[in-house]
Every structure is written in C-alpha cells, then in structure tokens.
Design a binder for this molecule. Sequence first.
Ligand code: ATP
Ligand code: MG
Ligand code: ZN
Length: 365
Amino acid sequence: MANLVLYRKYRPKSWNEVIGQEHVVRTLTNALKLDRVGHAYLFTGPRGTGKTTLARLLAKSLNCAERKDFEPCNKCGLCNEIAAGKAFDLIEIDAASNRGIDEIRQLRDGIKFAPAVGKFKVFIIDEVHMLTKEAFNALLKTLEEPPAHAIFILATTEVHKVPATILSRVQRFDFRRLSVSEILKRLSMIAGAEKIKIDEPALKLVARYAQGSSRDAESMLEQLKSWGAGEVKKEDVESLLGVVDFEKVKALTDFVVSKNPAGAVDFIGRMMDEGSDLQEFLKEMQNHFRRLMILKIDPALSGLISQELTQDQVEASQGQANSFELQNLSQALHILHSASQDMKFTPIPPLPLELAVVEIIHNKN
Ligand SMILES: Nc1ncnc2c1ncn2[C@@H]1O[C@H](COP(=O)(O)OP(=O)(O)OP(=O)(O)O)[C@@H](O)[C@H]1O
Ligand SMILES: [Mg+2]
Ligand SMILES: [Zn+2]
C-alpha cells in the first residue's frame, strides 16, 4: 500500500467514512437494509466528489456475504477482491475509452451469465456521457430488460450529454461539491495517518482551493507530503501549489475600490518579483469578482459562496461589493475573463492583468 497515491489509499471502504452526499448515502443504505436496491442508477456531479467511491461501495455491500446491516465486512474474499480491483462480479467500463457499440454489445452478451460468486453482477459505466449514439441505444435496450442479477451504475460529470431516454430509465443522484469543512475533516485525518506535518491554516487553504473536490484536495496534500523538513505552512502551500490566497486578491481589489491605479500596478509588480503565478492569480480574481457580483445582487445569496470562504472573508467581500455598482462588477468580470485569455499569448506576462485592473478602475462608478 505504501506507494499508492493518497486518494486511492484512503478511498472510503465503508459508508460511514463517506463525507457529505447525505441524501445519496441515506437512500442507498436504506435500499440495502430493505433489500430493495434498484437496477439502474445514475451518479452525476463534479469531479472528485465520490461517484466512483459510492458505486464501488454499493457493489461491495451488495455482494459481501458477511454484510452487517448495510456495511460490508471488508474481510471476506469478495470484499478483498473488490478492493484489489479483481472482482469478477464488478465490471467497470470507462466509456471515455470504450465509446462504441461493440463494447456495449459485449456487455450485453456477458450480462446474461449469472454472477460468478456473489448475488449480483454490478456494471459501473464511468464517463457514460462519452458513449456514441449507437452505444447509447444498445445500452437502452439493456436497461429496458435487465436480468434480475444485473445492476447498473452510470457515472458522469456531464449529465446534459446523456440522452433523455437513458435518464428516464435510471434513478438519478446528484452529487454536490463538498464543503470546505467536510474536506478539511478528511485532510486532517489523512495528514494524521500519514504523519504529514502541516498546520491548520495551510490545510484550510488546500481545502478551500480544491473547490469542492476531495480528490483534488488529497492530491495537493500528496504534493505537500514531500515538502522538506518541518511543518508545512500556509506560505508553503501558496508557493508550492501556486495557490492564491484570498488576502492577495482582496488586497488588489482594495486598490480598485479606492481607485488607485498606481497602488494596483505596484502590487502586481511585487507579485511578479515574488514569482507568483499570474495566470492562477487572474483565475482567483475572477472567482473573487464573481463572489462580489453575487453579494451585490443580494447579500442573502451569501449561502452560494459560504463553502468557499470563511465568515470573515464573506464579510470583507460584502464590504467591497457594496462600493461597486452591479454593472461595474459584471463589466469587470468580462474584462478579467478576456485578460485571462490574453494571458496565454502575451509576451509581457503582467500586462493583461495591469490593463484589466486599470480598465476596471476607469469604469468604476
Ligand atoms: N464524498 C466523499 N467522501 C470521502 N472521500 C471522498 C468523497 N469524494 C471523494 N473522496 C475522495 O476522493 C477520491 C476520489 O473520489 P471518486 O473517485 O469517488 O470521485 P468521482 O466523483 O468519481 O470523480 P470523477 O468524476 O473525477 O471520476 C476518493 O478516493 C476519496 O479519497
Ligand atoms: Mg469517478
Ligand atoms: Zn465482505
């Protein structure tokens, strides 16, 4: 196990290790308790939020002979085979690389045969939106009359690309982005288990920067694992991951609020000197101005951004938002967006950001 990447090593093995996604967990564990698991599910939602994890958990619970209530035993042969990715009765298909009708036909032919060891044959079709039209049609036929031993779990980040005919045949679960505190809990657990020395502000920054994806957070932690001696601090996270701190975007925005182009350009110059990644910074400026716009539209919408920021940060943002007209903010977002496009081609790295800030100040009120 030693050289497994963290997010694989710590993938939840039982339902009680899953964070967030309460509605999905509750429905599925209830179905397991009552022996009323459906034949076709669709798991959709952002990357790294638990779709594959829950699909495998469901497969394991369904087939584990020693299951207690809904939790798999994680000891029997079947549980071990699933953990090792070697179970005969769990067939995982990556639709991104098996898009065609032949693969689905193969699946349809194989589905007739009873499960080898367990009670169910579970088919997980990942990235299902990638299937071709013909493959979808073939899949539809299978979903219309699945044998009693077959269970399908389709997973996708892009549900709008899945045909309505398929959607009407499956029970759909929408996975949501995980909150900062949910991710933080996992990061603390993993950092503890791995004996990674990292302080709370640093861990929080990682959790926040992952934007709801636990996998992204865990991959960042992985990179920080080998960060030299001593305790990892927030500044280390910033420089190693090119993570942009809220304080920095807030500081530059303060120069905009006070209509101070000299201060703003000087600030950008200092960031260049520190070796900051301006592309990342621009991305974070766009996030920041989006949040300002939301708060300007209606402070009551702060719930939309409360997962990304602490309460203090929401309040600081609200203060900045109040000094703009809504129109200034939407304009600023357009300006920042095109600046980040320009950034890819410019021979003068700080120029798009400088120009953007000067224009936003010029347009303000
Ligand atoms: N809800 C969650 N609870 C606990 N850990 C999670 C959760 N979601 C993600 N993780 C962590 O992130 C890793 C990746 O999650 P998973 O593979 O389930 O994501 P996914 O939703 O299938 O993403 P993708 O769309 O990119 O395939 C897991 O191994 C686990 O470490
Ligand atoms: Mg997945
Ligand atoms: Zn078991």
